[in-house]
Design a protein around this ligand. Sequence first.
Ligand code: MCN
Ligand code: CUN
Length: 798
Amino acid sequence: MTITTPPEPAAADLVDNNQKPVGYGRMLRKEDPRFIRGLGRYVDDVQLPGMLHMAILRSPVAHARIVSIDTSAAEALPKVKAVITGETLKGLGLDWMPTLSNDVQAVLATDKVRFQGQEVAAVVAEDRYAARDALELIDVDYDILEPVWDVRKALDESAPVIRDDLEGKTDNHVFDWETGDKAETEAVFAKADVVVTQDMVYPRVHPAPMETCGAVADFDRVEGKLTLWSTSQAPHAHRTLYAIVAGLPEHKIRVISPDIGGGFGNKVPIYPGYVCAIVGSIVTGKPVKWMEDRTENLTSTGFARDYVMRGEIAATKDGRILAIRTNVLADHGAFNGVAAPVKYPAGFFGVFTGSYQLEAAYCSMTAVYTNKAPGGVAYACSFRITEAVYLVERLVNCLAYELKMDQIALRRKNFIQPDQFPYTTKTGWVYDSGNYDAAMLESMRIADYDALLAEQAEKRAQGELMGIGVSFFTEAVGAGPRKDMDILGLGMADGCDVRIHPTGKAVVRLSVQSQGQGHETTYAQIVAEELGIPPDDIDVVHGDTDNTPFGLGTYGSRSTPVSGAAAAVAARRIRDKAKLIASGMLEVSVADLEWEKGSFQVKGDPGKSVTISEIAMKAHGAGDLPPGVEGGLDASVVYNPANLTYPFGAYICVVDIDPETAVVKVRRFVAVDDCGTRINPMIVEGQVHGGLTDGIGMALMEIIEFDESGNCLNGSFMDYLIPTALEVPHWETGSTVTPSPHHPIGAKGVGESATVGSPPAVVNAVVNALEPFGVRHADMPLTPSRVWEAMQGRARPP
Ligand code: MCN
Ligand code: CUN
């Protein structure tokens, strides 16, 4: 077995935190000293005087009418301070709340429960134990209804109507959506030599962040001010929604998201628990803490995927791809709680055209309600690009299988070429920049693709099951241009304030919010690069609506494309102002000054210069500034991106399958990512490592399933398997750099790239290994039993 170790970073690439001044490079994370010593401050670490604790009673059944709720025994428990039901909330107009996609969701059920785990009542007590004990004493009489658990039957005439709360609703239909040109696509399919059709399922999975969701609500009756610590990826957007929903004045709400133990999209929605904690605090006049347990997180919070897809690909017999067509059935659970820009009911699934030049493309989709938890957009999904990339990358391999063509050769023949960018796809997306073949070739070089093919031929001759799987993805991240992207009417711009103190130290305030991505480091690096101030002298503040500019938060890998751009532009504005001040200090005209990282110097006389800290002192200090220049050295930018950024990558996965047990072992994984300019290559690699691990999890073991009664079968880590160090190989990462032409520093987002790109590579590898059995497709998760069934010619959908 050969495992290649990636080359050590070149010395020039390594950045010492103390080396001054510095900018981009492999700087160690500024947040790590606190995290690795257990000194992070998470929501559950918040302790306030007199704080009470809340627990939530959840429905044990998937679908039932609520006949009655008796809370008297619970209320009689000595330590119990309040029991809240849907009826309590109804009095406040809070029994239903809007979701992020213009649906409504029950905060606490009043009429029916619509999924197992749905919130029914909340108890506020002196401690967590008493609150939990009290839950047992609440008596709910349920009239059980037939559940809709099979998405394929949700639209049957006989299916019970889940959302009878919606006026005039007589079925379980959520929306229909289409993109591309149907007639044109039909015409291209009609003339194609080869058409390959494949049904595939992207199963329901869960982001399962290490920290579950929770909140501490503190309503100050004197000030009339609500402070809410919550596990939120979007504190500003949440605050605005609380203002709108609860009718609280927005300036009297402060949302703080302290350290977050992983989000992965799970912490984008507003959950009933947050609202109940707020109501609990208003009712009791005391701070109220609510933290979910693992089962609550897995069974009731934002899931991901759950797409049943039919894909069709049309090509010439020599492997020129002509068109792709797909029909999707989307399971949205009991409430449409998808968090995507409102114009995009299916998120950015529209990029299912992939990285290829097509003559036509068309997609139609139907979304339905089922008796399952709401969600849909989560788990590093890039707004459903995970599903899109899986579809197209599986289809390309099905085509390669039918044409008996090499999977890489087929891709290379069809790539969009460098001189075609900006490239408008058949579904209307404008890819900003790319050099796909370069990334593909780099992945082949690292993997030594020819040697792998030779090894596979040898192993096959001996009856061994070795598989090689390739995927190539293009993502669309950085939502987005406010002319076409908003969430509930809030434009998707994000902000950054940069303030330079008199002594030259800086504070950077961001509207985006880190959940582990290293923002405290990388935003300091962006400003350091622009201003020459050492990153250790730059503090990054985020996750507090009272202390940061408004913006829509972190998801869809949008922080770097949006707030990252804002930080660079703000720093440049400061540099422009610093130049004016420097010209006064040096008594030369602005035209005679040149910027040397960290100082302005007189052209041709480097001895005459002023540093950025000298300028900062002057900006705040005594004496006149040049005419028209105000004191201080601050800048504030709200960035409206011109376009999304389109990172891409080439992945090669090598698996071995035990022919006796059907256990899949991922032996090698090569990932070449291109996210344009890399601010901190070490952090980028960390993001990629995490995403690749996600990909192995989804491809091989993760699934949220339901039985015929609508019971969730994966409510604990005993039943919801996630990958550990044992299942993942030594990652072999590489890079190419194709800057984004419209981003001020040429950076593209990367946080979700590997989660998006890796599942098809793993599945392609497993299916490739099973080629001797005549297997063209098998659905995730490729557990030993599913692989075994595929080997017996009985591949089954989940
Ligand atoms: N970066 C860089 N150079 C680039 C691009 C990014 O150095 N060209 C750095 C950024 O500065 C940032 C990190 O990489 O520190 C990720 O940046 P970006 O791609 O902009 O993504 P976001 O910061 O917006 O993070 C969101 C993304 C999403 S949507 C999910 S889901 C996910 C992911 O990040 N959730 C995560 N990665 C995660 N990593 C951790 N540890 N925890 C999560 O919850
Ligand atoms: Cu879709 S998961 Mo990330 O966008 O927070």
